[in-house]
Design a binder for this molecule. Structure first.
Ligand SMILES: [Zn+2]
Ligand SMILES: [Zn+2]
Length: 544
């Protein structure tokens, strides 16, 4: 691809100086050589490209090069990305895999050094990223920041290891990302005073205002998992210098439809000042993370987009470093065949592995909540057959299992309600954050088949309905597929539809399933080592 020799004409949206004027933009060697004001008003608009200020690329089930091909179509020119999903599977090698793959495509992905791998000491992850390794990663010029510091109790207690990681970033002049859902008042102040400068977990405006008062940048999140836009978007006008936009997790089917452009459109439709919206979408992340992303000024890298109007923001062309990387809904970035890397040692299971002897008439049950990562803790009477506690779909009490995928171990088994399957089972090797194999099902037979499908594929998503079963293989770390966004989105949509045919009324059954092993989010979750109380941070017996 070569740079465009003739000037690009259009109404130039100067996001820095808040003005719009007809202009000719001259490109040279990937940069903006000259901008001249003209008296020939163009009928399209030129503006800096959109930036996702916090996204785990792995959640798209795509490798960075494929994520890039899908995202540029929607005007995305850069992302700030935490590779901690693959980090939990493969450690520093996983982070390097993302850097190397991303180097093949022009999308400017700013990767962070994962700060919390593993997420807790109560589960088996594939790897640890030590303080020394964090420091080594931060020495790499391709690593732009220390990524989400989820261990907020550790920050509040000024834990030595946690503080050493923060100091390592600060010594290198790199920012530290926050993650402190629900933290308020003095705790929020202490958390941010430790040197943490962002938060993307706010779910109420009051919480965001507390953190803004601490000087934090707020990334307003609207993704496939958590949706906080409606609660927070008015901050864009009230604190325009402290807002960014992000998705955190974006599934392939939704990435195909839109990205940050969707949020820009929604904010403008909700009558937020256009310059404030674009400031959050295009400018603030560049300033905060010192990204090498152009802002449509002379001398800048030629990263910008051409849109049809400032209402619809339909992306006509996306330029990165002067190259046209997308045009009218299609990318021009060539596909890269990704190499396979993985860590998967689980052996095939038998149905008896999932049997549970009933020890009393009262057992703990995890209550799944639609559209939320948190769960509720409840106690119910088990349904007992031949002395065994069994799934009872008529009462919507299903079995939930976690199978350690890094070594051969006995599965952890618990029960879950509100998942809704009337028959069959689902399994997934995407299970935040350790990514063991998690499965839910209406019978031990179905669970065993679903789990073995994933084990056989060495990672993937599976669904079992009677004799029929399907699997979407995720051979790259058990997290990512090798196909294109279109292929993976289609396969994912088929599995999602199959899960709903089994009776689940959850908006996104696989997403809910993937968070049932995330111990750091309350109230009660299942680790590969057993049932876990996320409020008290201790294991919990299944039977009371
Ligand atoms: Zn987070
Ligand atoms: Zn995140």
């Amino acid at each position: 691809m070569d740079t465009s020799p003739s000037p690009i004409r259009g109404q130039l949206v100067d996001v820095v100086n808040r003005r719009i004027y007809p202009a000719e933009v001259h490109l040279e060697s990937g940069r903006i050589a000259k901008i001249t004001q003209t008296d020939r008003p163009g009928n399209t608009y030129l503006l800096p490209g959109f930036i996702d200020a916090h996204v785990h690329v792995e959640s798209s089930l795509l490798v960075p090069s494929e994520f890039a091909r899908a995202a540029v179509v929607h005007g995305t020119v850069a992302t700030v990305s935490d590779p901690h999903e693959i980090g939990n599977v493969l450690g520093v090698d996983g982070v390097r895999y993302m850097l190397d793959n991303a180097a093949h495509v022009p999308l400017k992905i700013c990767f962070g050094a994962p700060s919390c791998v593993p997420a807790s000491t109560f589960e088996t992850a594939g790897a640890t990223i030590s303080t020394a390794e964090v420091a080594q990663l931060l020495d790499d010029p391709r690593i732009g920041y220390l990524s989400e510091m989820m261990n907020f109790p550790g920050v509040l207690h000024r834990d030595v290891t946690v503080m050493a990681k923060i100091a390592a970033a600060q010594q290198r002049g790199k920012p530290v990302d926050g993650h402190a859902p629900g933290l308020r008042g003095d705790d929020a102040r202490r958390y941010h005073a430790a040197g943490i400068t962002t938060d993307h977990e706010c779910f109420t405006k009051d919480e965001a205002l507390d953190k803004i008062a601490c000087g934090a940048m707020i990334s307003i999140r609207e993704g496939s998992a958590a949706r906080n836009f409606d609660a927070l978007y008015t901050l864009l006008d009230e604190h325009p210098q402290q807002c960014m936009l992000c998705s955190d997790d974006k599934h392939p089917d939704e990435l195909q439809v839109g990205h940050i452009d969707v949020l820009v459109r929604r904010a403008v439709a909700a009558r937020i000042d256009r310059f404030n919206v674009l400031r959050a979408a295009c400018l603030n992340p560049v300033l905060h993370y010192s990204l090498d992303v152009g802002l449509l000024r002379e001398g800048d890298p030629a990263d910008f987009i051409e849109v049809d109007s400032l209402d619809d923001f339909r992306v006509l062309r996306t330029f990165i470093d002067g190259q046209v990387v997308a045009q009218n809904g299609r990318t021009t970035i060539p596909r890269v065949e990704p190499p396979i890397v993985n860590r998967f040692a689980a052996r095939e299971r038998v149905p008896a592995d999932f049997a549970v002897r009933a020890k009393s008439q009262r057992m703990h049950v995890i209550e799944a909540l639609d559209g939320q990562l948190i769960t509720r803790r409840d106690i119910v009477q088990p349904t007992v057959v031949d002395g065994l506690a069994v799934a009872d779909p008529a009462r919507d009490i299903l079995k939930l299992v976690v199978v350690n995928r890094y070594e051969d171990a006995q599965p952890a088994v618990a029960f879950i309600k509100n998942f809704g399957l009337r028959r069959g089972a689902l399994a997934s090797s995407v299970a935040h954050d350790s990514h063991n194999v998690v499965a839910v099902g209406a019978s031990d037979e179905a669970i065993f088949t679903a789990v073995n499908q994933v084990i056989e594929a060495r990672g993937g998503l599976s669904v079992v309905d009677g004799q029929s079963h399907h699997v979407l293989p995720l051979p790259i770390a058990g997290l990512m597929a090798t196909g294109t966004c279109e292929q993976v989105a289609a396969a994912y949509s088929r599995l999602d539809a199959a899960a709903k045919e089994l009776g689940s009324r959850l908006r996104s059954p696989y997403m809910t399933l993937s968070f049932m092993a995330l111990l750091v989010i309350p109230q009660i979750k299942l680790s590969d080592r057993g049932l876990f109380d996320g409020d008290r941070f201790e294991f919990l017996p299944l039977f009371v």
